[in-house]
Each structure stands twice: as C-alpha cells, then as structure tokens.
Design a protein around this ligand. Structure first.
Ligand SMILES: [Zn+2]
Ligand SMILES: [Zn+2]
Ligand SMILES: [Zn+2]
Length: 455
C-alpha cells in the first residue's frame, strides 16, 4: 500500500484552477520545462529588493504579487523552496540597500578609529599610535614626553578601537545600519531580516499536475460545452451519513430529469488497483449517483478492469482522454433556456427531448440483464461522448387510477435493462400506493388528462 500513500490525490491539494490563472500558468511553464529554477536576483531598485526576472516576465506581474503566488504554491506543496540568502531591510522605508556603520558602544558616536593602542605609563594616557607619532618619534600628546622603551615607558594594547568623541577604548564597535535610500540609521537588533528563496517544482507532484493542468481542464471544458454544471472537489453527504468528496461532480438539468455524473480521478505511479476502484464505487453508491466515470493514469490492474466493467464504471485513460473528447460526436449546441418542463402532450415531450440532444425510439424492445426482452414505450438516448444517458418512459392509459402493480412492472423492467432515469406518464393518474412507490423509486410521474390534447 506504500504506493497508494505516495500518490498525490487532487482532493488533498487543489490548485483551484480558474481561481488563480497566474499560478496555473506558472506551473504549466514549469511542467513544460520552460522555467526550471526560479532564482532570485538582487535589485535594489525593485520594490522588494530582489526579483525573479523570468517568472516575472512570463506572468507579467509585480514582484510582490509574484512572491505571493510562489509562496501559495509552496503552501500547496506544488513548489519547494530553498534558502538563497538573508537580506536586511530598512524598517523605515523597506529598502534593502543598507550599509553597516560602526559606532562607539559608550556614546554612540560614529567618530571612531581602529588602530594600535598605546598606553603611556607615566601620565596614563591611552591613545592610537597615530596620536603619538611626531617626526618619526613617539611623543605623548598629553605630557609631551618621548616614549622610548616598550614595556618600560609604555605598552601596546594591540589593535582596538577608540572613540574620538568620548575617548573610550573598546574591542568591538556597535554596528548600526545606514539606509542608503532614506538615510535613516537603525540599530542592529531593530533591522528587519528577510529570507529569500529560490523555488522549484516538487517532483513528486509532477504526475498529478500533468493531469490536473491538462486533461482535467479539457474534461471540465468538455462538460461545460455539453451543458453540465461542474463542481470540482465536491463534498456530498452519503445516505450512510458519511461525507464524501468527489473530484468532479457534473450535473445537467434536462428539465425532465437531472443527470449527475460522479467523476473520480486516480493518478498513480502504477496501474490503479481494485481497492481504489472499490472505494470510488462505494462512495458514489452511498451518494446515490449511478453514472460513474473514472479517469485513471496509468491504467488499471486486471482485477480493477473487471470490477469496473461489472459495476458499470466508465473508465477513461488520462492519456487517451484528449482523443476521446476530441472524437466525441459534436452535440447540437444546447443553448436552450432552462425552464421547468411542463407536460402538454406526448409529442411535445418527444420534441422537448430531441431538442436536448436525445434520440427517441418508440415502442422499442430492449434486452435486460436477465435475458428477457422488454418493451419500452419511449426510450430516450443521449450520447455525451463520455457517457450515454438513457431515460425510460412508460405510458399507461386507463379509466381508473393506475395501480401499484403497473408501476412495479415498469420499475422492474427499467432495473433489468439498467436504466435509472425513469419517467411514467399516466392517464388519468396513480393510486396512492403507486404514487408513493414512484416517489421512493425516484420515478418522475406526469399525471395527465390526455396524451395528445386536441387543442
Ligand atoms: Zn604622557
Ligand atoms: Zn564615545
Ligand atoms: Zn530606509
């Protein structure tokens, strides 16, 4: 199961395509190999003091925005960052153009000098060697006596600093930072430190990103083009009470029935195994969706394949997805305004479905899983390119309200054929039990006076 753990799943880390086009574009450039390492360059004149020239140019954004894009991609685990340098920033104006200056630790003066320090024993004067040198001799600037013998007249205290203002002698000067932008002087502990980083792709995410940024986008575009509402990383409550998340949930309201397609995405390093399919199927069953599509890379194991076909999971290989979508029959552009369907007549219902891309067969025989042949009053079929939708429409005309057994027969038939979307048209209506049954079996019912009113 180690492989499963290594595999990245979109639900855990969503790039939220669409929300952040620029981040997406940057990642695509990286995947395409046009940008490899995003390395900073120092630039005192820029707003941050450093810049990432290639990425900045590619995205056409300012440094600050770019940095926040890079950091958000790090938060999502898509990019990794490596320490590049630590910069000091002026707390007054934000510039990184700072120069260190040295000061006397006692009085703070910058008027200090570094040099060899001599001490005259007789008068106790301590000063820089320079102060004693007069015409090639050492003369004490305080008592004007000549210093002749080291360690007897005077001694050297070594290389130290001396403050010209207060006379203090010290080993380490105080460091302050002079901003060359705004001239302000900042104490060492008050200056702002900024770490800057270089950025690169988190290689373990490459497979997922390759999919996420290409086929997934195409799939979503394809579904939009066919009138679906698409929700990425949808959260749905199952009948068990458990909450499930679906990679893509597509819904299309056809006026009469609403189709829901649950789309899962499984990307791994090895063919996707049975357990992953099993959990997808369970989840979708719990949510109550019967149209299932699984996009996989790189393919399925043998057992998983058998399971998918038994459970009617449409499997699309990520690598084929583009071809499949491109070769899907083009649909009549479904620019029909959405209004609740109102049954006027059987012929109007058929016309309504045809407009929505359905092929209609009347009084057609369909073979069920049991082997039995069933007669369906109206079978509406629409091939979406990735999934084929069926609606079984039953018609029952009688003098009296239709009894439960008729509806039960219809439901049985649809179940045997494997059609979940059921519409039942009844003249003049249903008995109470039949109506309750229809509701429970999610059968859409139209109770009408006549099939073809002669208005
Ligand atoms: Zn002296
Ligand atoms: Zn001083
Ligand atoms: Zn400044």
């Amino acid at each position: 199961m180690a492989k499963d753990n290594e595999t990245v799943h979109p639900v855990e880390t969503s790039l939220a395509i669409g929300e952040d086009e620029k981040a997406t574009k940057l990642v695509m450039e990286i995947l395409a190999g046009r940008i490899i390492d995003i390395r900073p360059e120092l630039d005192f004149t820029s707003e941050l003091g450093f810049t990432y020239p290639i990425a900045k140019q590619t995205l056409g954004v300012k440094d600050k925005e770019l940095l926040s894009i890079l950091e958000s991609l790090v938060d999502k685990g898509i990019l990794k960052r490596d320490f590049f340098d630590r910069l000091l920033r002026c707390p007054q104006c934000g510039s990184i153009n700072l120069r260190p200056t040295t000061h006397c630790p006692k009085c703070g003066s910058g008027n200090i000098a570094r040099g060899r320090i001599l001490e005259h024993f007789v008068c106790g004067y301590v000063g820089l060697e320079d102060e004693f040198v007069t015409e090639g001799r050492y003369i004490c600037p305080r008592c004007q006596t000549e210093l002749k013998t080291i360690d007897s007249d005077y001694k050297s205290r070594g290389l130290l600093h001396k403050c010209h203002d207060c006379g203090d002698i010290f080993t380490l000067p105080l460091i302050k930072w002079r901003c060359l932008q705004c001239s302000s002087l900042t104490a060492e502990d008050k200056v702002t430190e900024v770490n800057i980083y270089s950025y690169r792709l988190n290689e373990t995410k490459r497979g997922w990103l390759d999919f996420e940024l290409n086929p997934k986008l195409k799939l979503i575009g394809f579904l939009h083009g066919r009138g679906y509402e698409v929700t990425e990383n949808a959260t749905k409550m199952g009948r068990s009470g458990a909450e499930h998340s679906l990679d893509i949930l597509a819904a299309r309201d056809d006026g009469i029935v609403t189709h829901h397609i649950a789309i899962g995405i499984e990307v791994g390093e090895e063919p996707i195994g049975l357990n992953r399919l099993f959990s997808f199927d369970n989840k979708v069953y719990d949510i109550g969706i019967h149209e299932k599509v699984l996009v996989v890379a790189p393919g399925l194991t043998k057992e998983a394949k058998a399971f998918a076909s038994r459970q009617r999971i449409k499997v699309l290989e990520a690598s084929d997805l583009e071809t499949v979508l491109a070769s899907a029959t083009s649909q009549p552009s479904v620019e029909i305004k959405k209004e609740p369907f109102e049954f006027k007549s059987k012929s109007q219902l058929i016309e309504y479905l045809k407009q929505r891309g359905y092929e209609i067969k009347e009084n057609t025989a369909v073979k069920g899983r049991s082997g039995a042949e069933h007669n369906i009053d109206i079978l509406a079929t629409r091939d979406d390119g990735i999934i084929t939708h069926y609606i079984a429409i039953g018609i029952e005309v009688s003098e009296e309200p239709i009894e439960l057994n008729k509806l039960f027969d219809f439901d049985d038939k649809a179940y045997d054929i494997g059609i979940q979307d059921k519409v039942f048209i009844t003249v003049p209506g249903l008995s109470r039990e039949a109506r309750q049954f229809a509701e429970r079996q999610r059968t859409k019912v139209f109770e009408v006076k006549e099939l073809e009113p002669a208005d």
